[in-house]
Design a protein around this ligand. Sequence first.
Ligand code: AMP
Ligand code: GLY
Length: 423
Amino acid sequence: MKVLIVGSGGREHAIAMSVKKSSRVEKLYCAPGNAGIAEIAECAPIGAMEFDKLVAFAKEKEIDFVIVGMDDPLVGGLVDKMEEAGISTFGPRKNAAILEGSKAFSKDLMKKYQIPTAAYENFDSPEAALQYLETAKFPIVLKADGLALGKGVLICNTKEEAIEGVKSIMMDKHFGDAGNRMVIEEFMTGREVSVLSFVDGKTIKIMTSAQDHKRAKDGDQGLNTGGMGTFSPSPFYTEEVDEFCKKYIYQATVDAMAAEGRAFKGVIFFGLMLTEDGPKVLEYNARFGDPEAQVVLPRMKNDIIDVMEACVEGTLDQIDLQFEDNAAVCVVLASDGYPVSYEKGKVIKGLENFNDKDGYYCFHAGTKQTPEGIVTNGGRVLGVTAKGATLQEARKNAYEATKWIDFDNKYMRNDIGKAIDEA
Ligand code: AMP
Ligand code: GLY
């Protein structure tokens, strides 16, 4: 079959690598892709939000199956457009992608169906939000309602900070229209776990767990980023946690969406916090995590096309989802200065060191092919992933592999997976 992946980051490279392993796939395309994806797929220079062009391309190339990796086109309704054109597509339709596209929607859903999450209020006007802060407890969490590249969440320690936050989100529109509405919620503490799942509208199958490192600097200091590294599985995701989530969170979310007439097909990413009162949902995403996909997918034993097709066809109950009994760690190599400002166009050396090395992967995030070779083209440049029999071994392997790559202004965190030692 012919497959088209929509997206351009490390997540899409990890998806592409899994798809490439499928014996059912004869030709793989990606739009727009990146320099790494271009080594295993034919990339088309079409943006992920250029829906009409993407549909025309899929028709022209007689694509049998489309996989939408990114949040923006999912929330914007690319899956609906592809389906209208008769093309089988993996990912939630627009009416279901709202689970990620509107935090106010997802909070109301959790409240209505009693899914554990932080206490909250939604606000349509800055005046009402400012009024609410007068009697609120601090720290408090402000969230822009819409998509904001993972940056629309502000944790405010004082009332003054929160007032500034409301102004920046709702009045100065720091995150654009994402700030037309906002959620103000209770500040929770605990370890975070990312759990990705496949969903076919009614059945949900949980993938192996992972943990992200969102802050830019060692020791969880610095600004929030798209993610500086991950490990999988999370040793803190115990059987007890799994049982709780299966009982109160996973199926409950799928059933809630179906009951609302928004049957969800695709990947639901549960951002969980393991609080003293039990696991609670921090957020939902309607897609694979990035860089969670880079540690979860290399450990998946199934043919990814079989699983994704089952999600589209509603036959996921017949899939026995299996993961290797090992571990993986991903260390993101970024451009120094990310997420604020950084230089691009630096030549990347050493990529060939990953060729044919079993258990080692170099996923491209922000890279570009030029006459001088492959150069840096974004804040997050590469995701260096290694497997190991244990988390400790995977971490050692991943950090060893980061030395194989060199470019000017290379920056990484040195403590990805440090929490493993506390487990
Ligand atoms: P989100 O995009 O909603 O996952 O938020 C981004 C990050 O902000 C999360 O990964 C948490 O580290 C933090 N966060 C979000 N909501 C809360 C909360 N209610 N309490 C504490 N931290 C939070
Ligand atoms: N790594 C977090 C995310 O993909 O949203």
